[in-house]
Design a protein around this ligand. Structure first.
Ligand SMILES: Cc1ncc(COP(=O)(O)O)c(C=O)c1O
Length: 410
């Protein structure tokens, strides 16, 4: 235990990103915030940014701000996320709606583009919203959902996807980082396999990745991996705040081919022409439907600045030392209490969170929160330690693990 504390302190002392820990708002009474993969912390600079927005951009410029900056914000911010975090060249990413609504828009557009194909392939343990939307889209189009079984700890494997894709597949929907175990899927190999097993890039099935648990914590290379479509939320590692809008990526080769189903005035070619018929805007803008949630796009801008300074590779390095340390602390302190590791052991195969399991964890979580130790509980018996690299220290991880031990013993 003393060794673990010394190790945590040593890792913090050598952490090149440690200075950023102070850039987040203090949470009085919280000793270990281990849920940055559900809701990232606000930055200290945010209250002033919000006040300035109310005073100047909204309060003084009033409706003029739409022309001066807000109309282009969804695509400018999308380009920025593309450049800083997900390896997408400009013009392919847009911020709008929730992840769920964007999933619907992209899935519906993808299957409509190949009407002769009858199947949507999705992993049976994927996040509920992904599965529910896939089932809804399949029902609307008279298609079949084909379920892929994956190991709950190691996640989706290339061979399983390759074996299930065929000339019947219209769309494959997978999470890059598994929301339960943190398992990291091989984006490039799986995307290539989906394309080649179904008819080739541009001719076969489309690949849609859910990046909710990857964006801002692990470098993603959408263009280099040849990905067709992606979505992700911004309230986890991009610290956009509760309900901040999501982003959608549509590879440029599909612009003008895919038609999204929620045709609204803000995605039309000439927004203020008030035409009698809808004609989509060029490029990624056509994936917008209604008025963008401008207020919800403020907080993530400060976090993108920070990630740009730290670099996404630097963030990933820290993420690995945090999760590796969490696994070491688990081995020493929790494994002897019959707690199970529900994440891959090798950091290369893991995203930013570590999941552990024990039959008493529902009760344990209830005792931790009032004491200021905040992981999250995942049914049926998992605790996720979500370690947001820029706002979490190794000592904080240790406090969390020790608190779990104490709660199990009490
Ligand atoms: C993998 C995944 N997809 C989607 C969502 C959420 O979708 P929405 O932003 O529409 O609530 C989450 C939320 O935690 C998630 O983890």
């Amino acid at each position: 235990m003393t060794d673990l504390l010394a190790e945590a302190q040593g890792l913090d002392a050598r952490d090149p990103l440690a200075a950023h820990l102070d850039e987040f708002v203090d949470a009085p009474g919280v000793t270990a915030y281990l849920d940055g993969n559900s809701l990232g912390r606000p930055l200290r600079s945010l209250p002033e940014r919000l006040a300035e927005f109310v005073r100047d951009d909204w309060g003084t410029r009033l409706i003029r701000s739409w022309d001066e900056q807000w109309m282009d914000l969804p695509t400018e911010l999308g380009d920025r996320i593309g450049r800083v975090a997900i390896g997408a060249a400009a013009g392919q990413t847009v911020v709008a709606d929730s992840t769920t609504v964007l999933l619907y828009k992209l899935m519906r557009a993808a299957v409509a583009a190949s009407p002769d194909r009858t199947e949507i392939l999705i992993e049976e343990g994927n996040f509920p919203t992904d599965r529910f939307v896939a089932e809804g889209v399949a029902a609307e189009r008279g298609m079949t959902v084909r379920w892929l079984t994956a190991d709950p700890v190691h996640g989706v494997q290339l061979e399983d996807v390759a074996a299930a894709v065929s000339e019947r597949t219209a769309l494959v929907v997978l999470s890059h980082v598994d929301y339960r175990s943190g398992a990291l899927a091989d984006m490039k190999a799986i995307t290539d396999a989906v394309h080649s097993a179904s008819g080739g890039v541009g001719a076969g099935a489309l690949m849609l990745w859910d990046l909710c648990h990857s964006v801002g914590v692990i470098p993603v290379e959408l263009d280099a991996c040849g990905v067709d479509l992606a979505v992700g939320c911004t309230y986890k590692y991009l610290n956009g705040g509760p309900g901040s809008p999501a982003f959608a990526y549509v590879n440029a080769r599909h612009h003008g081919v895919l038609r999204q189903p929620i045709q609204g005035w803000m995605g039309a070619g000439d927004v203020f022409a008030m035409k009698s018929e809808y004609a989509p805007a060029d490029g990624i803008r056509q994936f917008i439907s209604g008025t963008p949630p401008v207020l919800g796009m403020l907080a993530m801008q400060g976090m993108l600045d920070l990630i740009e300074t730290a670099t996404i590779d630097g963030v990933r390095e820290k993420s690995k030392t945090l999760t590796e340390f969490a696994v070491r602390a688990f081995d020493d302190v929790l494994a002897p209490l019959d707690v199970r590791l529900l994440s891959p052991r090798d950091a290369e195969n893991r995203g930013g969170h570590v999941t552990i399991g024990h039959p008493d964890f529902a009760e344990v979580t209830k005792t931790l929160w009032p004491d200021g130790v905040i992981p999250d509980f995942r049914f049926p018996d998992g605790i996720r330690l979500g370690l947001s690299p820029l706002s979490t220290s190794h000592v904080e991880v240790l406090s969390g693990v020790l608190a779990v031990r104490d709660a199990l013993g009490s």
